[in-house]
Write a protein of this length. Structure first.
Length: 608
């Protein structure tokens, strides 16, 4: 279908007015890069498996869009998963999913890049492919279809999605994307199989059809073998050595509708070596790398100038660990104040928080403050390697309330390895003491929003061998916490994650190739938008698992033996299995490991 047909549909079809947020589908936002298809010789559709307002807040997409479109011979265009009402309208009108820049059908591009941020987007990927008119499984796609490439954190274990993708990039894309484009250009005249074999030669590229998994009779994975001479035995993660040397966007498309993160986001550092043992990102993005204050300030001011944002946010896994965070916030908030632009930080650690940073942040507008103690007791925090004393937690709470904040948001997890009911009541005790001290420090009543999520054991973490607790366990412990905080309900707002959703998430996170049949069956049964509570259906997922003869508990709640082959063992993130195992054992002994940074000991995790 030609773009002008789709343009005319977008401009004239009255049914668009009845859609939920039609602004998602119009494109042509300020700073959009629109290139004439005839003036370029390579085209990429960057497709996000969730709705516009989520995808437009994703920094990775902005970085790739910026790098690709900086090359005059390449056009990169965006596509987002439509809300189901628009999805049905597209099907009804026979209109394939299109890109926002030029209303070109996604299937007319040479490469379709899909970012996998969460397992809850897996059925959305199939919806994207179906709406684009692209066969769901790679084996059913010929050269007339784009190469479908996956990226993002879920490639830490892409096996449940392996049959739907032609290839995955394990790691960071800034340097690899140019190599991928070059290979696809140079193999246009070869068969799809030859193209994929050539892609497998790029460091970080995983072409799943070149690997064959073998299972024991009980369905447990036995081994994964290479079945093609050009595929490496192990695929090694790709990461950028010098963050200062890679491009970062100084202008981005500015949405006409409000999106989740409606501000200028500047990535100040990448990676975190604090080593929280449940945290997958802390392992996937090692080692810690920084952008200089000069670069950060230049980027922040350029984004304010080019996009008109009135808020700048620092983006990183552990913002207050940037070696020059105080100087940088002071310098930048000073520069931005004059323009009435505020500076905000994502969730903050509770040990290096300083009043000075808080004051800098709140000089223009006081935004919410979020902390993540994660566990209620010092013992359990040592198990997960979050080396915080109760006193440090309380000190930070008092600092924040005495600095003028009235509401704090605190994140906790439960179902962590070795957890007991005492660790749950310890959360209540910490909250109660924090409120008491906070009220005294602020001289008035203060409030807390306490958010709890169920622990999901993730691949490539020290807890990758651990089992997830049952849904019943989470419900029981949630009730215990509610009972212990009932008398504070005026000051404490409690919120929980959906425990059944967390079971599906864990089953997919630790799934294998067999899980792909479950994903497709769930999709065919109507599962999409699983990350949206109004759409998630645990019943359908349960049926999908049983129709495929699979049990989600086998994936989520089964402890893995030390010698067991894990579905992601052939993907080398850089942190060695031995290091992860040692960290698990230290956790079980309630011992902590200090972060590794210049001036701190290296724990030989294997990355550097
Ligand atoms: S190799 Fe050493 S310095 Fe590098 S990330 Fe691992 S522990 Fe840290």
């Amino acid at each position: 279908m030609k773009p002008h047909f789709i343009h005319s549909f977008l401009q004239n079809d009255p049914s668009l007015r009845n859609l939920h947020k039609p602004g998602r589908y119009l494109g042509r936002e300020w700073n959009t890069v629109i290139k004439n298809a005839r003036s370029v010789d390579f085209s990429i559709a960057l497709a996000f498996p969730d709705v516009y307002e989520i995808g437009m807040s994703h920094v990775g997409l902005k970085i790739l869009y910026h790098i690709l479109n900086a090359d005059p011979s390449v056009r990169a265009e965006r596509a987002f998963l439509p809300w189901p009402d628009m999805g049905e309208l597209l099907k009804e009108k026979g209109i394939p999913l299109y890109t926002l820049e030029s209303a070109t059908p996604v299937k007319d591009f040479e490469l379709m890049g899909i970012s996998l941020q969460t397992e809850l987007n897996y059925t959305n990927v199939l919806y994207l492919l179906e709406l684009s008119g692209i066969p769901l499984r790679s084996k059913n796609r010929g050269k007339e279809y784009p190469v479908v490439l996956g990226g993002g954190p879920c490639t830490a274990n892409p096996e449940p999605m392996a049959p739907f993708f032609d290839a995955f990039l394990i790691g960071e894309g800034e340097e690899a994307i140019g190599e991928i484009v070059a290979i696809l250009r140079n193999t246009r005249d070869l068969s799809r199989k030859s193209t994929l074999a050539a892609l497998a030669g790029i460091r970080g590229m995983y072409v799943p059809q070149l690997y064959t998994p073998f299972y024991f009779s009980d369905g447990i994975l036995k081994k994964v073998e290479v079945n093609h001479p050009r595929a490496p035995e192990k695929v090694h993660r790709r990461w950028v050595r010098d963050l200062e040397a890679v491009p970062y966007p100084d202008r981005v498309p500015v949405p006409y509708i409000s999106v989740v993160h409606d501000r200028a986001a500047v990535e100040i550092s990448r990676g975190c070596t604090r080593g929280c043992r449940f945290c997958q990102a802390g392992i996937l993005y090692r080692p810690h790398r920084e952008r200089s204050p000069e670069t950060v300030c230049r980027l922040a001011e350029a984004l304010v100038e080019s996009c008109g944002y009135n808020e700048v946010s620092f983006f990183s896994l552990s913002t207050t660990d940037h070696s020059q965070i105080r100087e940088m916030t002071t310098e930048l908030s000073g520069r931005l104040n004059a323009r009435r632009v505020s500076l905000t930080l994502p969730s903050l650690r509770m040990d290096r928080f300083s009043l000075q940073i808080a004051r800098n942040l709140s000089s223009v507008r006081k935004s919410g403050l979020t902390f993540a103690p994660e566990a209620g007791s010092e013992r359990l925090r040592r198990v997960i390697n979050k080396d915080l004393t109760d006193q440090q937690v309380l000190d930070t709470i008092v600092q924040a309330f005495s600095a003028g904040w009235r509401d704090l948001k605190l994140y906790f997890m439960f179902g962590l390895p070795t957890e007991t009911p005492r660790d749950i009541t310890a959360i209540a005790a910490l909250i109660e003491e924090g409120l008491k001290l906070g009220k005294k420090a602020a001289g008035r009543a203060v409030n807390m929003h306490v958010s709890l999520s169920a622990f999901v054991p993730k691949p490539h973490t020290p807890f990758q061998w651990c089992s997830q607790q049952t849904v019943e366990y989470f419900e029981e412990h949630a009730a215990l916490l509610r009972k212990n905080l009932r008398h504070l309900r005026r000051q404490v707002r409690l919120s929980w994650s959906d425990f059944q959703l967390n079971l599906v998430e864990a089953a997919l996170a630790r799934g294998d190739r067999h899980s792909a049949d479950v994903v497709e069956t769930a999709y065919r049964m109507g599962c999409i938008m699983d990350g949206w509570s109004e759409y998630f259906s645990f019943t359908r997922w349960e049926k999908a698992f049983s129709r495929c003869g699979r049990d989600p508990a086998l994936y989520a709640q089964r402890e893995r033996k030390e010698q067991e082959v894990l579905p992601w063992d052939h993907l080398m993130i850089g942190v060695g299995r031995g290091f992860l195992r040692r960290e698990l054992q230290k956790g079980m002994r309630e011992e902590t490991t200090r972060m590794c940074r210049p001036g701190y000991p290296c724990h030989t995790c294997g990355v550097c």
